[in-house]
Design a protein around this ligand. Sequence first.
Ligand SMILES: [Zn+2]
Ligand SMILES: [Zn+2]
Length: 320
Amino acid sequence: MRITLWGVRGSIPTPFSHTMVSEKIKKAMSLATQKDISSEESIDRFIDSLPFSVKGTYGGNTTCLEVRSKDGEIIIVDGGTGLKNLGASLMREDFGRGEGVATMLFTHTHWDHIQGIPFFVPFYIKGNRFNIYSPFSDIKERIEYQQVFSHFPVNLDYMFATKEFFVLEKESELNLNDMKIINKRMRHPGGCFGFRFEESGKSFVFTSDCEFNIDEMDYIDTYRDFLTNADVAVFDAQYTFEDSVINKVDWGHSSAAIAIDIAVRFNIKKLILWHHDPDHNDEKLDAVLSNAMTYLSMDKKKRDYDLQIEVAFDGMVIDL
Ligand SMILES: [Zn+2]
Ligand SMILES: [Zn+2]
């Protein structure tokens, strides 16, 4: 399967500012030598060598990802503002001709997981078909409510694609050809569900908006079947360690430290830190990764475990 992360920010879209651009240029120039800028090739090499926070950005769109099965089945998970760019990409395929078919899954309906829907162009094209699933029994009403006239000028019914809603049984399994999708209840204000995708012996787990705390291993062990042996887990790591144990307990999110503990406990091979705090700029997110690597090296069990860790960015592609 191929997974594309279209929106990785939590809570609220986080646009880039002109001062952030200036700071990146200044930082890059301060690191460059005469040799680094002597030719186009050396400039490319120099840019490649820069930290991600200097040469790029983790991105500001809210939750949306795309999972493509090996049969070409398209599964969209959540409709945060990242959905707009996914829509533009899909319009270059069958969806631009009104012949597209996709499955949509919703973890929950906080704003950061639905706000891209009114700007999702394939929804406006007659002939496209979307099968929309969630364990929330009123998922249709929740999505419709976002587009009542006082909030948005176009009602969901005036987006002419066919949209059929299905309620998933909680903690059940959905099969789409060879792709198995398991949903699992997450602890989060108002409720939320994670999804585990399995196909051809590979597994991908998506757990956004979930709170796990370091001192409750009995609770964490109830997720053993859901998490064990995942090849990749995209995991909520919105909070710093201090936030998760002191300032923001019960706010419904986790930290990189607990994500690492869980990954090692359940034999997860690659961990992708996700749902970035809107107050964390690119430098801070670089620091989240280096702190995570330090935490991983702090005791022998974790050190010996070959866990790969990456920080999610808008546009990241994962092939499994
Ligand atoms: Zn969220
Ligand atoms: Zn939420």
